[in-house]
Design a protein around this ligand. Structure first.
Ligand code: UT7
Length: 317
């Protein structure tokens, strides 16, 4: 028994913030942002749009693509580090709004949130504890960005992506690998929470970008080596690589390690920026809708983020 991806969906807020807009706000240039990250623009949620609102749009699109309705869903899992509220979790908010039933919970693993959520939902479906699951990655990162900090504010964007998982006898998720190392917690974190709060100001994302970069490349290279070895695959045997979209240079390094030309890598970082847990399901949806990813293709998704957390999922689409 496998769980297969029966439909994908995505939603991007309307407002676009370009590198040229950022040039007017802080001491940066379009050229610096493009060459260091590959990002040209990102979408920013409206004041009244929360993570559950973005998620709902992505979920409805995924259900439409699968030819299903909310009544067909009996598990909702949302990967996010920017929930609407402390609780109820975003999955419960979605469940109520869309009229779904069954278990509903969120997973906080920063940029790896979607891969973590997919891995957990896969186990529920394969164990027969859920028939059909909605798995979401959604973030409103713009709310925890310090818009005066040029080292972080040029990187992030908002958005949501979702997939429907359902039981299948043929193929689907073949392999998942999750990891974490909390010793790196100070390289990338949000500086205030609920039981540990700072004295003044809003919660802000802080990152030592260059150090994160080095560990990310090293960890992802190790992870893709493991994915290939564990699955008896040679370099170049993956049809489509759908990576977390943090930085084009990191993606290139990982693709090289996989022995894949960039034509087989799904890239959305230019138009979306780093949308944390939302980046992989939005990139997957892009390549499914434009017809690049076809049934039967071997697709590798991988992520790395705050914690540090990381994960990979190999899917026979
Ligand atoms: O999604 C979760 C995981 N996150 C990531 O994977 C992000 C990993 N890190 C990165 O993507 C990159 O490290 C960054 C894009 C954040 C930075 O690129 P970098 O090549 O590592 O640059 P750097 O931090 O070493 O900074 C180089 C220079 C510095 O100036 P000096 O000290 O050389 O004079 C920075 O002050 O670039 C400067 N700089 C900027 N200049 C113009 C930093 N941010 C900017 C900016 N505009 N926005």
């Amino acid at each position: 028994m496998y769980s297969r991806i029966a439909g994908t969906g995505a939603y991007l807020p309307e407002k676009v913030l370009t590198n040229f807009d950022l040039e007017k706000m802080i001491d940066t240039t379009d050229e610096w942002i493009r060459t260091r990250t590959g990002i040209e623009r990102r979408h920013i949620a409206a004041k009244d749009e929360a993570t559950s609102d973005l998620s709902e749009q992505a979920c409805r699109a995924a259900l439409d693509a699968a030819g299903l309705t909310p009544a067909d869903i009996d598990l909702v899992v949302v990967g996010t580090c920017t929930p609407d509220l402390v609780f109820p979790n975003v999955a419960c908010l979605l469940q109520e709004r869309m009229g779904m039933s069954g278990a509903a919970f969120s997973i906080e693993a920063a940029c790896s949130g979607f891969v973590y959520s997919l891995s957990v939902a896969d186990k529920f479906v394969r164990a027969g504890q859920a028939t059909r699951a909605l798995v979401v990655g959604a973030e409103v990162m713009s709310r925890i960005i310090d818009w005066t900090d040029r080292e972080t504010c040029v990187l992030f964007g908002d958005g949501a992506g979702a997939v429907v998982l359902e039981a299948s006898d043929d193929a689907g998720i073949l392999y998942t690998d999750l990891g974490a190392d909390g010793r790196y917690r100070n390289l990338l974190y949000a500086d205030s929470g609920v039981s540990r709060v700072k004295e003044e100001g809003e919660t802000t994302l802080l990152m030592k970008g260059n150090e994160v970069f080095k560990v990310a490349v090293r960890t992802l290279e190790g992870m893709v080596d493991r994915v290939l070895a564990d699955n008896g695959l040679e370099q170049g045997e993956i049809d489509w690589f759908v990576p977390h979209q943090a930085n084009l240079r990191i993606i290139r390094a990982t693709a090289r390690r996989l022995g894949l030309p960039m034509e087989r890598v799904v890239l959305t970082v230019r138009d979306h920026g780093n949308t944390s847990a939302a980046s992989i399901p939005m990139a997957l949806d892009t390549a499914v809708r434009d017809g690049r990813i076809q049934p039967g293709d071997l697709v590798l998704m991988e992520a790395f983020g705050g914690g540090f957390t990381w994960g990979a999922t190999l899917v026979r689409y």
